[in-house]
Design a protein around this ligand. Sequence first.
Ligand code: SF4
Ligand code: SF4
Length: 341
Amino acid sequence: METKLIKKELLPGIVRGLAEDTLVYAPVQEEDNIMFRVLEKDMEPILEFANTKNAPKNFFFPQAETMMRFLKKERGAELLEVPIAAREAVLFGVRPCDARSFVLLDYVFDDPKYRDPYYVERRAKTTIVSIACVRPPYSTCFCTSVGGHPMSKEGADLSLVDMGDTWLAEAVTEKGEKLLQNMGDLPGADEAAVTRKNEMAEKAAEVVKADVPASTIKPWLDENFDHDFWNKIHIGCLACGTCTYLCPTCHCFDITDEMKKEEGRRARSWDSCMYWLFTQETSGHNPRPTQKERWRQRFMHKFKYFVDNFGAVACVGCGRCVRYCPVNIDIRKIAQDISKL
Ligand code: SF4
Ligand code: SF4
């Protein structure tokens, strides 16, 4: 696979050029936040930032989408449209933790038994460009505790590394190689640049605290569904759902049918295990009646059930849930406290 060098001043123009005939989803400034958005003509991509507030999962798994449209008939319904219309796209500027989240989401949405055509179609047509964390941006980052690395290429098609006055662009897949070729006639990276990048990777990993015992707590979780510990972790939780909505790996959704006269649509929208309605049954019974059971579910899903089902922890250590929780509930501390029990 090819490795090229891109002069710093050239990259914004290259990204804007891509957006002329391809759908580009990239970080942009939005009030006080950096957010992933579809790059429109008058928008400037942000290339140097800590991380976006929202996770890039929205691109493959939108917050709300129509799954089908139908016409009500005397008996049953007639299917009008299944809108799976993915375009060729570039998801640009994803941090390595977030790029890795797609590997985890693929387990759920691209399972051979239960393939989600909406997600899979978008994923197949999209080239993911990651930006390595040469200087891991937050004290809340813990990618190395959950199998990641601040300069990992996992989940990316093309990886960019900030080398000072140039970007080192390394193709990881054929899609990435094709995109790199489309970026124009770029000089190749010499061995010295690659060696320097590897040294930077070692230093970057040292900055991230590897103190979250994400995988070693699994045996405790297997045995302690009813432990007293669960009675306190949720205290203060407002059930706002911020942690799940900003999480790159949370993927629960709800499906509803909506009617307007004879026409209807089936829509899906994100749901959150933090909400009291999440598991409410039609009878009125709710097997998770308080925030205690809901928080236990969130934690167990990430560190036990996902491991049971797919062999991986469902957290990439981006730290968003820690940074944005309005009452400072810290998933790292919960794991650390469990490891001391
Ligand atoms: S962000 Fe904090 S307060 Fe909101 S639901 Fe999550 S844990 Fe509760
Ligand atoms: S659980 Fe928190 S730290 Fe882990 S991936 Fe989700 S938002 Fe990031």
